[in-house]
Design a binder for this molecule. Structure first.
Ligand code: ZN
Length: 277
Protein backbone atom coordinates (compact mmCIF):
# COMPACT_ATOMS: atom_id res chain seq x y z
CA UNK A 1 0.00 0.00 0.00
CA UNK A 2 1.43 3.41 -0.88
CA UNK A 3 2.35 5.34 2.25
CA UNK A 4 3.24 9.01 2.70
CA UNK A 5 6.60 8.93 0.83
CA UNK A 6 5.11 7.09 -2.13
CA UNK A 7 2.17 9.51 -2.37
CA UNK A 8 4.54 12.49 -2.00
CA UNK A 9 6.70 11.08 -4.81
CA UNK A 10 3.73 10.70 -7.16
CA UNK A 11 2.40 14.19 -6.33
CA UNK A 12 5.79 15.82 -6.99
CA UNK A 13 6.46 13.95 -10.22
CA UNK A 14 2.98 14.42 -11.65
CA UNK A 15 2.92 18.02 -10.49
CA UNK A 16 6.10 18.77 -12.44
CA UNK A 17 4.49 17.35 -15.58
CA UNK A 18 0.86 18.36 -15.31
CA UNK A 19 0.65 21.68 -13.43
CA UNK A 20 -0.18 24.44 -15.89
CA UNK A 21 -1.84 22.01 -18.26
CA UNK A 22 -5.42 22.37 -19.45
CA UNK A 23 -7.77 19.41 -19.09
CA UNK A 24 -9.44 18.76 -22.43
CA UNK A 25 -11.35 15.66 -21.36
CA UNK A 26 -11.88 13.77 -18.13
CA UNK A 27 -13.15 10.23 -18.64
CA UNK A 28 -14.41 7.96 -15.88
CA UNK A 29 -14.53 4.30 -16.89
CA UNK A 30 -15.51 2.85 -13.53
CA UNK A 31 -18.92 4.02 -12.27
CA UNK A 32 -17.92 2.84 -8.77
CA UNK A 33 -15.79 5.97 -8.52
CA UNK A 34 -19.11 7.78 -8.12
CA UNK A 35 -18.00 11.19 -9.39
CA UNK A 36 -21.17 13.26 -9.63
CA UNK A 37 -20.28 15.68 -12.43
CA UNK A 38 -17.16 14.44 -14.26
CA UNK A 39 -18.04 16.73 -17.18
CA UNK A 40 -17.39 19.79 -15.01
CA UNK A 41 -13.67 18.90 -14.78
CA UNK A 42 -12.91 19.53 -18.48
CA UNK A 43 -11.91 23.04 -19.56
CA UNK A 44 -10.02 23.74 -16.34
CA UNK A 45 -6.32 24.29 -15.76
CA UNK A 46 -4.33 22.29 -13.19
CA UNK A 47 -3.05 24.97 -10.81
CA UNK A 48 -1.31 22.83 -8.23
CA UNK A 49 -0.81 19.26 -7.14
CA UNK A 50 0.30 18.30 -3.65
CA UNK A 51 0.02 15.62 -1.02
CA UNK A 52 -2.37 16.16 1.88
CA UNK A 53 -2.08 13.23 4.30
CA UNK A 54 -2.18 10.21 1.99
CA UNK A 55 -4.27 12.00 -0.65
CA UNK A 56 -3.18 13.82 -3.79
CA UNK A 57 -4.97 17.17 -4.01
CA UNK A 58 -5.32 18.51 -7.55
CA UNK A 59 -6.35 22.18 -7.59
CA UNK A 60 -8.28 23.19 -10.71
CA UNK A 61 -8.96 26.69 -12.03
CA UNK A 62 -12.43 28.20 -12.13
CA UNK A 63 -14.57 26.68 -14.87
CA UNK A 64 -16.51 28.18 -17.70
CA UNK A 65 -19.83 29.93 -17.03
CA UNK A 66 -18.66 31.35 -13.71
CA UNK A 67 -18.32 28.12 -11.72
CA UNK A 68 -15.65 28.43 -9.00
CA UNK A 69 -12.47 26.50 -8.43
CA UNK A 70 -12.65 22.80 -7.61
CA UNK A 71 -10.27 20.20 -6.24
CA UNK A 72 -9.87 16.53 -7.08
CA UNK A 73 -8.77 14.44 -4.09
CA UNK A 74 -7.20 11.17 -5.23
CA UNK A 75 -6.64 8.42 -2.66
CA UNK A 76 -4.61 5.51 -4.03
CA UNK A 77 -5.49 3.11 -1.15
CA UNK A 78 -4.13 -0.40 -1.81
CA UNK A 79 -3.23 -0.58 -5.48
CA UNK A 80 -4.14 2.74 -7.10
CA UNK A 81 -1.56 4.23 -9.45
CA UNK A 82 -1.38 7.53 -11.32
CA UNK A 83 0.75 7.34 -14.44
CA UNK A 84 1.75 9.85 -17.07
CA UNK A 85 1.87 9.59 -20.86
CA UNK A 86 3.44 12.44 -22.81
CA UNK A 87 1.69 14.10 -25.76
CA UNK A 88 3.06 11.45 -28.14
CA UNK A 89 1.63 8.72 -25.90
CA UNK A 90 5.02 7.59 -24.60
CA UNK A 91 5.50 6.48 -21.02
CA UNK A 92 6.45 3.46 -18.96
CA UNK A 93 4.15 0.46 -19.03
CA UNK A 94 2.63 -1.03 -15.90
CA UNK A 95 4.64 -3.86 -14.40
CA UNK A 96 1.37 -5.79 -14.14
CA UNK A 97 -1.84 -5.17 -16.07
CA UNK A 98 -4.37 -3.19 -14.03
CA UNK A 99 -7.83 -1.79 -14.86
CA UNK A 100 -7.98 1.81 -16.09
CA UNK A 101 -10.57 3.57 -13.93
CA UNK A 102 -10.18 7.17 -15.09
CA UNK A 103 -8.21 9.28 -17.56
CA UNK A 104 -7.39 12.97 -17.86
CA UNK A 105 -6.51 14.16 -21.37
CA UNK A 106 -4.45 17.32 -21.09
CA UNK A 107 -3.03 19.64 -23.71
CA UNK A 108 0.44 18.30 -22.84
CA UNK A 109 -0.13 14.63 -22.06
CA UNK A 110 -2.41 12.18 -20.34
CA UNK A 111 -2.83 11.20 -16.70
CA UNK A 112 -4.09 7.68 -16.04
CA UNK A 113 -5.61 6.17 -12.90
CA UNK A 114 -5.09 2.42 -12.78
CA UNK A 115 -6.27 0.40 -9.80
CA UNK A 116 -6.24 -3.40 -9.58
CA UNK A 117 -8.32 -3.80 -6.43
CA UNK A 118 -10.49 -0.72 -7.02
CA UNK A 119 -10.34 0.59 -3.44
CA UNK A 120 -8.91 3.91 -4.60
CA UNK A 121 -11.15 6.97 -4.69
CA UNK A 122 -11.41 10.26 -6.58
CA UNK A 123 -13.55 12.95 -5.00
CA UNK A 124 -14.59 16.23 -6.60
CA UNK A 125 -14.55 18.92 -3.90
CA UNK A 126 -15.11 22.65 -3.59
CA UNK A 127 -12.00 23.05 -1.42
CA UNK A 128 -8.81 21.15 -0.67
CA UNK A 129 -9.32 17.85 1.20
CA UNK A 130 -9.00 18.28 4.96
CA UNK A 131 -7.10 16.12 7.42
CA UNK A 132 -9.14 14.42 10.12
CA UNK A 133 -9.88 16.65 13.09
CA UNK A 134 -6.94 16.82 15.48
CA UNK A 135 -4.51 15.32 12.97
CA UNK A 136 -1.18 16.78 11.89
CA UNK A 137 1.00 15.91 8.92
CA UNK A 138 4.29 14.45 10.18
CA UNK A 139 6.19 16.54 7.59
CA UNK A 140 4.54 19.75 8.84
CA UNK A 141 6.94 22.10 10.70
CA UNK A 142 4.31 22.22 13.46
CA UNK A 143 4.93 18.55 14.20
CA UNK A 144 7.36 19.07 17.09
CA UNK A 145 8.34 16.85 20.02
CA UNK A 146 5.99 18.94 22.19
CA UNK A 147 3.14 18.42 19.71
CA UNK A 148 3.79 14.66 19.69
CA UNK A 149 3.86 14.56 23.49
CA UNK A 150 0.66 16.58 23.74
CA UNK A 151 -1.19 14.34 21.28
CA UNK A 152 -0.06 11.13 22.99
CA UNK A 153 -0.69 12.35 26.53
CA UNK A 154 -3.02 10.06 28.47
CA UNK A 155 -3.19 7.41 25.73
CA UNK A 156 -2.96 3.80 26.92
CA UNK A 157 -2.70 2.55 23.33
CA UNK A 158 0.54 0.87 22.23
CA UNK A 159 2.74 3.38 20.41
CA UNK A 160 3.00 1.40 17.14
CA UNK A 161 -0.76 1.22 16.39
CA UNK A 162 -1.08 4.74 17.81
CA UNK A 163 1.31 6.00 15.14
CA UNK A 164 -1.01 4.58 12.45
CA UNK A 165 -4.04 6.57 13.62
CA UNK A 166 -4.99 8.93 10.82
CA UNK A 167 -6.64 11.25 13.37
CA UNK A 168 -3.17 11.75 14.88
CA UNK A 169 -0.38 11.55 12.27
CA UNK A 170 -2.00 11.89 8.86
CA UNK A 171 -0.24 9.78 6.25
CA UNK A 172 1.84 7.70 8.65
CA UNK A 173 1.85 4.04 7.59
CA UNK A 174 2.87 0.59 8.74
CA UNK A 175 6.33 0.32 7.18
CA UNK A 176 7.63 3.66 8.41
CA UNK A 177 6.11 3.30 11.90
CA UNK A 178 8.26 0.19 12.52
CA UNK A 179 11.31 1.88 11.01
CA UNK A 180 10.91 5.08 13.07
CA UNK A 181 10.43 3.21 16.36
CA UNK A 182 13.57 1.18 15.70
CA UNK A 183 15.56 4.32 14.88
CA UNK A 184 14.27 5.94 18.10
CA UNK A 185 14.92 2.75 20.15
CA UNK A 186 11.34 2.62 21.46
CA UNK A 187 9.53 -0.68 22.04
CA UNK A 188 6.41 -0.90 19.80
CA UNK A 189 4.19 -2.01 22.71
CA UNK A 190 5.05 0.98 24.91
CA UNK A 191 1.98 2.96 25.93
CA UNK A 192 1.84 6.09 23.77
CA UNK A 193 1.15 8.21 26.84
CA UNK A 194 4.25 6.93 28.64
CA UNK A 195 6.83 8.49 26.33
CA UNK A 196 9.28 10.79 28.08
CA UNK A 197 10.22 14.17 26.63
CA UNK A 198 13.52 12.69 25.42
CA UNK A 199 11.77 9.78 23.74
CA UNK A 200 9.24 12.06 22.09
CA UNK A 201 12.14 14.13 20.76
CA UNK A 202 13.90 11.04 19.39
CA UNK A 203 10.72 9.64 17.88
CA UNK A 204 9.71 12.87 16.14
CA UNK A 205 13.19 13.23 14.66
CA UNK A 206 13.20 9.56 13.58
CA UNK A 207 9.77 9.85 11.91
CA UNK A 208 10.79 12.90 9.88
CA UNK A 209 14.20 11.43 9.04
CA UNK A 210 12.78 8.10 7.84
CA UNK A 211 10.08 9.83 5.77
CA UNK A 212 12.51 12.33 4.24
CA UNK A 213 14.97 9.62 3.26
CA UNK A 214 12.16 7.50 1.80
CA UNK A 215 10.90 10.46 -0.26
CA UNK A 216 14.46 11.06 -1.50
CA UNK A 217 14.61 7.40 -2.59
CA UNK A 218 11.29 7.68 -4.44
CA UNK A 219 9.42 5.55 -1.91
CA UNK A 220 9.38 1.84 -1.16
CA UNK A 221 8.36 -0.85 -3.64
CA UNK A 222 7.30 -4.29 -2.49
CA UNK A 223 4.82 -5.76 -4.93
CA UNK A 224 3.61 -3.25 -7.44
CA UNK A 225 4.09 0.39 -6.42
CA UNK A 226 5.17 2.48 -9.39
CA UNK A 227 5.56 6.21 -9.39
CA UNK A 228 4.10 8.59 -11.96
CA UNK A 229 6.91 7.86 -14.39
CA UNK A 230 6.34 4.12 -14.02
CA UNK A 231 9.54 3.65 -12.01
CA UNK A 232 9.74 1.69 -8.79
CA UNK A 233 10.93 3.25 -5.52
CA UNK A 234 14.22 2.23 -3.93
CA UNK A 235 13.76 2.70 -0.21
CA UNK A 236 13.15 -1.03 0.37
CA UNK A 237 16.94 -1.42 0.26
CA UNK A 238 17.25 0.95 3.26
CA UNK A 239 14.70 -0.68 5.54
CA UNK A 240 16.29 -1.70 8.84
CA UNK A 241 13.57 -3.87 10.40
CA UNK A 242 10.46 -4.00 8.21
CA UNK A 243 10.17 -7.43 6.53
CA UNK A 244 13.52 -8.47 8.08
CA UNK A 245 12.37 -10.99 10.72
CA UNK A 246 15.20 -13.29 11.82
CA UNK A 247 17.88 -11.11 10.24
CA UNK A 248 20.51 -9.28 12.28
CA UNK A 249 19.80 -5.78 13.56
CA UNK A 250 22.10 -3.28 11.81
CA UNK A 251 22.75 -1.55 15.14
CA UNK A 252 23.39 -4.44 17.59
CA UNK A 253 23.48 -7.65 15.54
CA UNK A 254 20.56 -9.20 17.48
CA UNK A 255 17.72 -10.91 15.61
CA UNK A 256 14.80 -8.79 14.35
CA UNK A 257 11.41 -10.08 15.54
CA UNK A 258 7.97 -9.88 13.98
CA UNK A 259 4.84 -9.46 16.11
CA UNK A 260 1.24 -8.59 15.23
CA UNK A 261 -0.44 -5.54 16.75
CA UNK A 262 -4.06 -4.78 15.82
CA UNK A 263 -3.83 -7.11 12.82
CA UNK A 264 -0.76 -5.36 11.43
CA UNK A 265 2.77 -6.76 11.35
CA UNK A 266 5.34 -4.94 13.49
CA UNK A 267 9.08 -5.52 13.19
CA UNK A 268 11.51 -4.55 15.94
CA UNK A 269 14.78 -5.39 17.67
CA UNK A 270 14.11 -6.75 21.18
CA UNK A 271 17.63 -5.76 22.18
CA UNK A 272 17.60 -2.13 21.01
CA UNK A 273 13.93 -1.54 21.81
CA UNK A 274 13.45 -2.62 25.43
CA UNK A 275 10.07 -2.58 27.13
CA UNK A 276 9.96 -0.12 30.02
CA UNK A 277 6.44 -0.33 31.44
ZN1 ZN B 1 19.26 -4.03 17.71
Amino acid sequence: MPELPEVETVARQLGALAVGGWIERFEVFDPRLGIARPGSVAGRRIESMRRIGKQIAIELSAGERGSGKVWLAVHLRMTGRLLWRDAAGAGRELRRPSPLRARWRLDRGTMLFHDTRRFGTIRLLEGPPALMEGAIDPMDPGFTAQALEAMARGSAQAIKPWLLRQDRLAGMGNIYASEALHAARIHPARRAGSLTRGEARRLRAAIQDVLERAIAAGGTTFSDFQNARGDVGNYQHNLRVYDHAGEPCARCGGAIERIVQQQRATYYCPNCQRPVN
